[in-house]
Design a protein around this ligand. Structure first.
Ligand code: SF4
Length: 355
């Protein structure tokens, strides 16, 4: 080595290439704009989980339709998946817009993000009909028990006895979006916690693999208006009280691994795309395929003031809205005019029948 070579600074090692998913995209491709929410808002934790989940599930960004309504939660669709389609509807009207988008193009994967106000108050009529129709969508409720955007009034999901930031006690019973969804026949109903990243991401993967309306109610603390002692939607309360009804594992269809499922301890449920959800028993016998068991568990746990999380109900094989309508495989949005315009003779016959 010459003296010049000895004095030359060492060449820094090339930065390691970022890992890619099976469709060749790095995780950054699933990010969106920078969040403008309050620092520490639970909604940002959910966004981060959505970014990782969509990346790990190899979802093609251009297939996703991000749908939302109004509220802090509904701003979050701007913070993930820049390359997706998106529509920010008026308050509580996201379900009907998502239904229209899906019917126009049934190859889309709608991901709806709503809040407890957007879903359980002004949007309740839309929410129940979305479920009744079984519109295929992942419907995330970012549930913080307050209206953050209008300075912290109790929402319809606030627990009875929970205290506001100003010490007011909520005297009204909450609407349980999970219990309601099960009563309405929803085939995928889960509850999770924004701070429980591992469980939330397994639940989101399962919801993405489901075919039909998948309701994921996520307790998502509002650090500005509902994160104090006495609140039942705060980080501290959630961490102290969260109980898993089972451990949720997800095995994607492309991982042909043997899963150890001991009899009586776990159950494996196959999803329409061949993926499997493995639910490992924690401390109770619970069959999520039986709706009545889930409803009973939710009601009893509410009476005891428990915060249970996991997949409460899972039933595959129900026809989705587009299947019920018998839509052609090819998206309506791309059918040429010649195939959507009835022939003159048919139109004349219709006109004649109306005379
Ligand atoms: Fe999040 Fe609450 Fe801030 Fe809204 S007001 S961004 S819900 S912390």
């Amino acid at each position: 080595m010459s003296p010049d070579e000895a004095a030359a600074p060492a060449t820094p090692p090339a930065p390691a290439a970022k890992p890619q998913n099976r469709i060749g995209l790095v995780q950054d491709a699933y990010k969106g704009l920078e969040s403008t929410l309050c620092n520490g808002c639970g909604h940002d934790a959910i966004t981060a989980s959505l970014v990782r989940t969509l990346w790990e599930m190899d979802v093609e960004p251009h297939r996703v339709a991000k749908m939302s309504g109004i509220g802090c939660s509904s701003k979050t669709t701007a913070y993930f998946l820049n390359g997706a389609w998106g529509f920010n509807a008026v308050h509580g009207r996201m379900p009907s817009v998502a239904t229209g988008a899906l019917l126009a193009n049934r190859t889309l994967l709608p991901v709806g993000v709503s809040g407890d106000g957007d879903t359980a108050s002004i949007g309740m009529g839309q929410f129940v009909h979305l479920i009744r129709r079984n519109v295929p969508i992942v419907y995330v409720i970012e549930n913080n028990g307050v209206y953050g955007l209008t300075k912290g009034q109790f929402s319809a999901t606030a627990d009875r006895g929970s205290k506001s930031k100003w010490g007011v006690v909520n005297e009204m019973e909450p609407i349980d979006c999970c219990g309601l969804a099960i009563e309405l026949g929803c085939g995928f109903v889960a509850r999770s916690f924004a701070a429980d990243k591992k469980q939330l991401e397994s639940v989101l993967k399962a919801a993405l693999a489901y075919r039909g309306t998948a309701v994921v109610d996520v307790v998502s603390p509002c650090v500005t208006f509902n994160n104090h002692p006495g609140s039942t939607k705060s980080y501290d309360w959630g961490r102290e009280h969260e109980k898993h009804i089972h451990e949720v594992g997800f095995v994607p269809h492309w991982q042909q691994v043997e899963v150890d499922v001991p009899d009586g301890e776990s159950r494996s449920i196959e999803m329409p795309d061949g993926s499997r959800i493995v639910l490992r028993k924690v401390d109770r016998d619970f069959d999520p395929t039986v709706a009545m068991e889930a409803v009973r568990l939710l009601r009893e746990s509410r009476g005891r003031g428990e915060f249970l999380t996991g997949i409460f109900h899972l039933r595959t094989g129900q026809p989705t809205f587009d299947q019920q309508l018998g839509l052609v495989e090819e998206p309506l949005a791309t059918l040429p005019e010649a195939r959507v315009r009835p022939p003159r003779a048919v139109l004349e016959a219709v006109m004649h029948s109306l005379k």
